[in-house]
Ligand binder design. Structure first.
Ligand code: UT7
Length: 327
């Protein structure tokens, strides 16, 4: 059976670090509140022309270098993002241009913080269909461009980053992506959304003045749904592969809140030392959070051949999903 296998990983962040103390001078908040309620200590914020596609290009080059694959060999670039450089062209096409990936085609999937897991699921299907393919699955965000810096409920949470995996085909039946599980429930969209900028509420001076192009979230309601959905879809991924929590070597949940990650791990009975956590350094980077964590885990030697890795995402839409991987 042909499977898709991760043959390279890469990530990139902007140069500028913004600490919780820095935010104390912008909104009525405190380092103590942010740390205890979320686990975040700092985040990276873009400046000087750093964009979603430029960060994603750096991360892609790192993944390609790891695998010894040239940009010209890439067949497809699929990008999970909610903060593209522009509405048109899509970010995948821009990354293709920056890389010089001349034979590749690129497109974006739009699933908020679940964007990378959705992109990876799409990439997996393409590799299975054409086993010789080399596909970049990307999660990249400049969330700072759609953050309301006057809203303390949200501005302390987000950060900018990009993470990438390079997928290739393998005939080895004992490794690769074992299963993907995608879900959504559009009925709950209002709990986490961006009101302006689309055809319902097009850009206008009024929209800009009200900062309605920014993320609006009812945090405590989202929290409850996130815990339930993350645990539910992770359980489904284990059941489909006849695996028990004890079998999971590394659980990589979306890095939205340390308390969410702990509750989900508790509910799944996965010990906390097998949960990958880096929210303290990056904040919530939406679709970039899982591939950045995966790249860190990979480069730091935390992943060994044969390890079972469970990815688990939740975001606006609502959207959520899990991917089970044998490393
Ligand atoms: O990534 C996609 C999915 N997103 C998530 O999963 C995020 C889910 N939600 C959360 O992580 C949490 O709900 C938050 C971190 C956003 C908020 O934590 P919370 O414990 O749910 O706080 P809350 O919204 O219930 O607010 C508690 C209090 C309020 O004050 P009162 O009404 O109790 O006086 C807020 O006004 O904390 C206040 N507050 C703040 N205080 C200081 C809200 N933001 C801040 C802040 N600094 N930045």
């Amino acid at each position: 059976m042909n499977r898709s296998v991760i043959i390279g990983t890469g990530s990139a962040v902007p140069k500028k670090v913004v600490t919780n103390e820095d935010l104390e001078s912008i909104v009525d908040t405190s380092d103590e509140w942010i740390r205890t309620r979320t686990g975040i200590k700092q985040r990276y914020i873009a400046e000087d022309g750093e964009t979603t596609s430029s960060l994603a290009t750096v991360a892609s080059l790192r993944a390609l270098e790891m695998a010894g694959v040239s940009p010209e060999e890439v067949d497809m670039i699929v990008v999970g993002t909610t903060s593209p450089d522009m509405i048109m062209p899509n970010t995948g096409a821009l990354i293709q241009k920056h890389l010089g990936a001349t034979k590749a085609f690129g497109f974006d999937v739009y699933a908020a913080c679940s964007g990378f897991v959705y992109a990876l699921a799409v990439a997996d299907k393409f590799v299975k269909e054409k086993p010789g393919s080399k596909i970049l699955a990307v999660g990249a965000e400049i969330l700072s461009s759609i953050t309301d810096w006057q809203d303390r409920n949200t501005c302390v949470l987000f950060g900018d980053a990009a993470g990438v995996v390079l997928l290739g085909g393998s005939q080895e039946s004992d490794r690769g992506i074992l299963s993907t599980h995608l879900r959504s429930d559009g009925r709950l969209w209002e709990l986490l959304h961006i009101p302006g900028g689309g055809c319902v509420y097009p850009p206008s001076a009024e929209m800009a003045e009200k900062r309605d192009y920014c993320i609006r979230m009812q945090g405590n309601e989202v929290f409850k749904h996130a815990v339930r959905s993350l645990a539910g879809v992770a359980r489904e991924a284990m059941e489909e592969n006849q695996l028990k929590p004890d079998d999971i070597d590394l659980f990589i949940p979306h890095q939205a809140n340390m308390r969410i990650m702990k509750k989900v791990a508790e509910s799944l009975e996965i010990p906390i030392d097998r949960v990958y956590v880096n929210i303290d350094r990056y904040g919530n980077t939406s679709s970039a959070s899982i591939p950045v964590a995966l790249d860190e885990a990979n480069r730091s030697g935390r992943l060994k051949r044969g390890d079972l890795v469970l990815l688990d995402a939740f975001g606006g839409g609502f959207t959520w999903g899990a991917v089970m991987i044998r490393w």
